[in-house]
Design a protein around this ligand. Structure first.
Ligand SMILES: Cc1cc2nc3c(=O)[nH]c(=O)nc-3n(C[C@H](O)[C@H](O)[C@H](O)COP(=O)(O)OP(=O)(O)OC[C@H]3O[C@@H](n4cnc5c(N)ncnc54)[C@H](O)[C@@H]3O)c2cc1C
Length: 434
């Protein structure tokens, strides 16, 4: 029987930062379904929001609430915003390099932010943050990472989580633990069109549903307005919100603007969908041709290159874009210490729902949220982990031999739950996936 003090499922920012905050005298077992770098954290382009000074608190709070349709948990929003300066300091200690203007941070802005408060590293902020955290994790002797290892279930004993079941190379394994943290990311893998990695299929949420662990707002799923249009299937490339923040226009097939580009994502996505129907088209256009080409190339080198690969020089011509599933506001219900309704089980990052985003996430709040609440989980379980004893109970694992059956059951349970909560959303965005 494998044992660990703490199991973390997921190696995105939430999983990695959680692991780094755990004292080095505890052994930590991390698993990830794919290669260690293949997660949405590596894809984040725009940046990470932060409270740049005390005067910005009210405005940052209001922007987050307005984007979330005022359904946000105010305490969670307050905790996130107030914790942000310390989190940025932590990241800098892990050698994360944010873009600077002289000796000061360079801040950018994205849709629905009324102020420039987003730190960034070119347009590959997620890669910069996550690769530096991974580097630090790899140096820790107390942390072991197992790649291509899929969690297929948690182990439950009398309402307490005591470990996980996972599958690697076709073999089923169990690991027992004192505490388990689910950091399995988003839901995009169950959608036909998504910016997420396809292996992110909300497994943590499906497992929670199976064990009657509380779930919140499963139908709050963000559709990103602007992903690079392609006839091919597969992950959609994101044209970051910050492109609109810096002045890009959205155009219909006649080349006319049809929406205020800086409105919240859900509003812009719906406007695009309506426009596509009016134009009888499967895309609209984003245009930066009125901006200085050198500015575009230096500000968005990654996006510029990717568009070129697809045959579009964005400095010279409008680029076709279409909405796609992007972010999951709902998830496993947790408190502001990331504790789920099951004892000794925590959830952090996109798989969790502490209510910080309400009905719609404000751009660049999710890397921050993942980091803030992953750290808080550790601060919480640190208080009692030494009092927990690992039991010898071993579950029967035969039912996991055919994991394609489990995958299908999990996918269906999530889609059914979305449909049960919100038929309109289901019919508009995920009917084809059912
Ligand atoms: C294209 C793109 C751009 C974005 N840009 C920004 C941005 O600019 N700013 C911002 O704040 N946010 C942005 N986001 C959102 C942000 O990147 C994510 O919300 C955040 O990184 C989520 O981190 P996470 O650790 O929860 O999940 P992830 O980083 O997705 O990691 C999930 C991990 O769980 C593992 N996993 C999943 N299922 C299992 C299983 N069954 N067993 C074992 N392991 C499993 C995966 O392999 C992976 O390691 C962007 C997202 C995308 C897709």
């Amino acid at each position: 029987m494998e044992k660990a003090d703490v199991i973390i499922a997921g190696t995105g920012v939430a999983g990695l930062f959680c692991a780094l905050n755990i004292p080095e005298n505890k052994n930590v077992f991390m698993i990830t379904k794919d290669a260690v770098e293949n997660n949405d954290s590596f894809l984040a382009q725009g940046g990470i929001s932060t409270l740049k000074n005390k005067d910005d608190y009210d405005s940052y709070f209001e922007d987050t609430m307005r984007a979330g349709h005022y359904e946000n948990d105010k305490t969670a929003v307050d905790v996130m915003i107030k914790s942000s300066p310390d989190i940025i300091k932590d990241l800098i200690q892990y050698n994360v390099d944010f873009d600077m203007e002289g000796k000061n941070f360079s801040y950018t802005r994205e849709g629905a932010h009324s102020n420039f408060r987003i730190l960034h590293h070119k347009d590959i902020t997620g890669k910069e943050i996550t690769s530096k955290l991974l580097e630090a994790v790899k140096k820790r002797k107390n942390i072991h990472i197992s790649e291509y290892s899929k969690m297929v279930d948690i182990i439950e004993e009398n309402g307490v989580c005591t470990g996980i079941v996972y599958k690697k190379d076709g073999i089923v394994h169990t690991v027992k633990s004192k505490v388990t943290v689910l950091a399995t990311g988003g839901i995009g893998g169950i959608f036909e069109s998504s910016t997420n990695f396809p292996h992110l299929t909300a497994d943590g949420v499906a497992i929670a549903l199976k064990h009657n662990i509380d779930i919140k707002d499963i139908n709050y799923i963000q559709i990103h307005p602007t992903t690079l249009y392609s006839k091919e299937k597969g992950r959609r490339f994101l044209i970051s919100e910050s492109v609109r923040g810096e002045g890009a226009y959205l155009l219909n097939k006649k080349g006319e603007r049809f929406v205020n580009e800086l409105l919240p994502r859900d509003v812009v996505s719906s406007a695009i969908l309506n426009q596509m129907e009016k134009d009888n088209s499967d895309h609209v256009y984003i245009s930066v041709t009125h901006l200085d080409p050198d500015f575009v190339k230096s500000k968005f080198p990654n996006i510029y290159e990717r568009c070129l690969e697809e045959g579009y020089d964005m400095t010279k011509e409008p680029v076709p874009v279409t909405p796609a599933q992007h972010y999951f506001m709902g998830g496993i219900k947790v408190n502001t210490d990331s504790k789920t309704s099951m004892e000794n089980l925590y959830a952090a990052g996109e798989v969790s729902c502490n209510g910080v985003h309400g009905a719609n996430r404000l751009a660049s709040n999710s890397l921050l949220e993942s980091l803030v609440f992953a750290k808080r989980a550790v601060k919480d379980f640190e208080k009692y982990i030494d009092d927990i004893e690992i039991s010898d109970f071993q579950p029967d694992t035969q039912c996991y031999n055919d994991d394609s059956k489990t995958d299908e059951e999990y996918r269906k349970s999530i889609l059914n739950e979305i449909k049960r909560r919100d038929v309109e959303f289901y019919d508009k965005w995920c009917k084809h996936a059912g």
